[in-house]
Design a protein around this ligand. Structure first.
Ligand code: ADP
Length: 719
């Protein structure tokens, strides 16, 4: 008998075995429907094996689904990702099959003349035939154009004079032309692109890091790498991963310009039917270039030749819920499985990638100057102890003066503050209570546009009350600290004539609105943009010459492993928006601790010194990239069950050379949605099989259904 091992896209620990019915032909990668309890669920065949008949009481595969099988490499990647992240294979499989949830959009149709004359001809019919020369998308439109009722049109269809035709596939997946519009690269760009070209022609798995200052033309260089890949293999597929939906539109436009056709787009903002069409085109090999978010890594590429990870340092590549994974690292793994090339690009590469480059694992390509006449911005620190803002304000006098200068010169400014909403904290003046979310350890953030108090962790929100819910005092709630909306107010009161806009995930919820706001900024319809990190990276605004960082110290609080690194990266990106074209730019950074190494490195624009100091600290503590971490996050609505699991885990810690387990400790966010939380942290030397260690450990402890244990390999969040 034949048995199919089927991965079901649900969090069940293992693939399930099903009997293959006699007449059914099945192979690895096939899609099937299988019975699971009372339901039938979609599954993917990972293997089919022959076994002697057993008396095992197996259920049979119900049906083979007529969808193109998952290519072997995609299947291998899904299984690898599951092992690496210590997660059930169904979790990454669910992402790989996500594109299949919708039916593809119906192909567009048009009503056209058949050339057959109608059985009888009236004046109304004649007008319709006249109007139908160019074809029409609907009967209603045609009737309107001819000034007749739709009945006349329908009669002509019945009569055989008009008919519906399906239009040929639209141009979405047309062949990109590597020689459509090549850029004239400057010498250092050309040198980097040549190296990438050689590597691609050589073939096989290879990795490169494009490490170039903001505005040096990293995008131009990787566009040439894409061209090389297209030339080297007429069937090559290319994947470009971006950290932010807001960036995709601009990158898609640059691809369209360079290769003459738009690449396929893949992220959560793309509708289900469109995603289905992309999925189908990727598995068929028709979608040649895909630009998307991290989940595009799980698309069923037929012949993946090159993966580009732009802004590779960005923590948005880390998926933090559901299937937890680091997109950048999995991109390298996928390239390895596909024997493809992977190119990571950043102005502020992660310590991990720099370390890999130093070790010679990644080819290190540096671009140290901006393209053309553009210069790096001048960066100044504003010591808030010396020149504090006026009471109740957040912009210090030197920054206000710089804004006034910039505005007077007809140039643009960007004020960067990585905080959504109006105020991060609301307290009662009468009783001193902070407004907190119910069942969650977090403060409510005030949003003025909607007049609501919002929990950014859980999405809980409530109307801002006019009385304190604790003491009942009227009009006693006070907003503490600034968010972007409050900075917008301040700018408007300082410069009533200026055109001010806010760029945050609240004002720019989707790709379309991001494109519009970016276009308005690029077209100089905005004088001052107040932005969270959603706008800090990647964009090119020619008239932007001043970047002000409102609170540079914000990211340094909380003290997680990467606080310094992340702050440096974010601020280097934000300040790097200034002066990207002919007009020189400057950046002013407001800080209470100008002597902090991060601030000093930013001012001196000495990234290497910062990286060296930060690396030395990490190396001494044998933290990533010099060691590896896995976090275990336990949570439960039942505190005693949580205690018991934590205790049992603590007692079952395996002994391993070169590894330590810390915890259990209450998580900094000890309560979310009514669930108490505890954490363990495993640290191991690089030679240690940390996945094996953690799997063994977990297998020793029975966890009741009321307790959830989430394994976070290479954690970025320590909450
Ligand atoms: P990065 O990705 O390093 O931030 P970009 O590739 O976006 O840099 O380049 C910054 C700006 O300089 C863009 O407007 C880009 O079009 C322009 N640019 C870079 N290199 C060239 C080149 N060789 N020829 C023309 N324009 C270039």
């Amino acid at each position: 008998m034949r048995i199919a091992e089927v991965i079901i896209p649900l969090p069940v620990p293992e693939p399930f075995d099903y009997l293959v019915p006699e007449e059914m032909v099945l192979a690895p990668g096939d899609h099937v429907l299988v019975p699971l309890g009372p339901r039938r669920v979609w599954g993917l065949v990972r293997d089919v094996r022959e076994t002697p008949a057993t008396n095992r009481n197996l259920k049979a595969v119900a049906e083979r689904i007529a969808v193109t099988p998952l290519p072997a490499n995609t299947l291998a990647f899904v299984e690898w990702a599951s092992r690496w992240q210590i997660a059930p294979p169904g979790d990454p499989m669910a992402i790989a099959l996500r594109g299949l949830r919708s039916e593809p959009p119906r192909p567009p149709k048009r009503l056209v003349l058949t050339g057959e004359p109608p059985s009888k001809l009236t004046a109304a019919r004649e007008r319709v035939l006249e109007a139908a020369q160019a074809g029409s998308p609907t009967a209603v439109a045609l009737a309107e154009a001819a000034g007749v009722s739709t009945g006349v049109v329908k009669a002509l269809i019945d009569d055989g004079a008009l008919t519906w035709v399906e239009l040929p596939e639209d141009q979405a997946f047309a062949e990109p032309d590597p020689d459509h519009a090549p850029a004239a690269l400057n010498p250092s760009q050309a040198a980097a692109a040549d190296v990438l070209g050689q590597m691609i022609r050589q073939g096989g798995f290879q990795a490169a890091l494009i490490d170039g200052v903001t505005g040096s033309g990293k995008t131009e260089v990787y566009l040439e790498a894409v061209a090389h890949a297209l030339r080297a293999d007429p069937d090559a597929q290319i994947l470009v991963l971006l950290p932010e939906i807001a960036l995709t539109q601009a990158v898609i436009a640059r691809f369209a310009q360079r290769f003459g056709v738009e690449p396929a787009e893949w992220h959560s903002g793309v509708s289900g039917p469109k995603r289905r069409r992309v999925w189908d085109a990727v598995v068929a090999g028709d979608a040649r270039i895909v630009v998307g978010a991290r989940s595009a890594l799980f698309l069923p590429f037929r012949k993946l030749a090159l993966i580009v990870v732009d802004e590779e340092h960005d923590s948005s590549f880390k998926q933090e819920d559901g299937f937890i994974y680091q997109g950048r690292d999995l991109a390298v793994a996928r390239a390895n499985i596909e024997k493809a090339m992977v190119v990571l690009a950043s102005a502020t590469p992660s310590l991990e990638s720099l370390w890999n480059a130093e070790q010679g694992r990644y080819r290190w390509l540096r671009l140290s100057a901006r393209h053309g006449a553009a210069q790096m911005p001048e960066i100044g620190l504003i010591d808030l102890r010396e020149t504090p803002p006026e009471h109740g304000r957040w912009l210090s006098p030197p920054l206000v003066e710089a804004l006034a200068d910039t505005y007077a010169r007809g140039e643009q400014s960007l004020l960067f503050l990585n905080r959504r909403g109006y105020a991060p904290l609301v307290i009662c003046k009468a009783c001193g209570q902070r407004m907190t979310a119910p069942d969650t350890d977090s403060w409510l953030v005030e949003h003025r546009y909607t007049n609501r108090l919002v929990c950014h962790l859980t999405g809980f929100s409530m109307r801002k009350p006019d009385k304190c819910p604790h003491c009942g005092a009227k009009d006693s709630l006070t907003s503490i600290g600034p968010g972007v909306e409050r900075i917008e107010d301040e700018v408007k009161s300082l410069f009533p004539e200026a055109r001010v806009a806010v760029f945050s995930s609240d004002t720019v919820p989707d790709g379309q609105s991001a494109r519009e706001l970016v276009e308005r900024m690029a077209g100089h319809e905005i004088d001052v943009m107040v932005a969270t990190q959603a706008a800090a990276k990647g964009h090119n605004f020619p008239m932007l010459t001043l970047v002000g960082v409102v609170d540079a110290d914000l990211g340094l609080k909380g003290g997680d492993l990467r606080a310094g690194e992340r702050t440096f990266q974010l601020l280097a990106q934000a300040t790097g928006r200034a002066g990207r074209h002919e007009r020189p730019g400057r950046a002013l950074i407001q800080t209470w601790q100008p002597e902090h190494p991060v601030m000093q490195a930013l001012k001196a624009q000495d990234r290497d010194a910062f990286v060296e100091a930060e690396s030395a600290e990490r190396e001494a503590a044998r933290l990533p990239p010099f060691g590896r971490l896995v976090a275990l996050v336990l949570s439960s609505p039942d505190p005693s069950a949580l205690e018991a699991v934590a205790r049992n885990l603590a007692a079952a810690v395996p002994n391993a050379e070169g590894a330590e387990v810390y915890g259990p400790a209450d998580a900094p966010l000890a309560l979310i949605r009514g669930r108490r939380r505890k954490r363990f942290l495993v640290r191991a030397d690089r030679g240690v099989d940390i996945q094996g260690l953690v799997s063994t450990w977990l297998s020793r402890v029975k966890v009741p259904a009321s307790v959830r244990v989430v394994v976070d390999v290479d954690p970025y969040s320590f909450l």
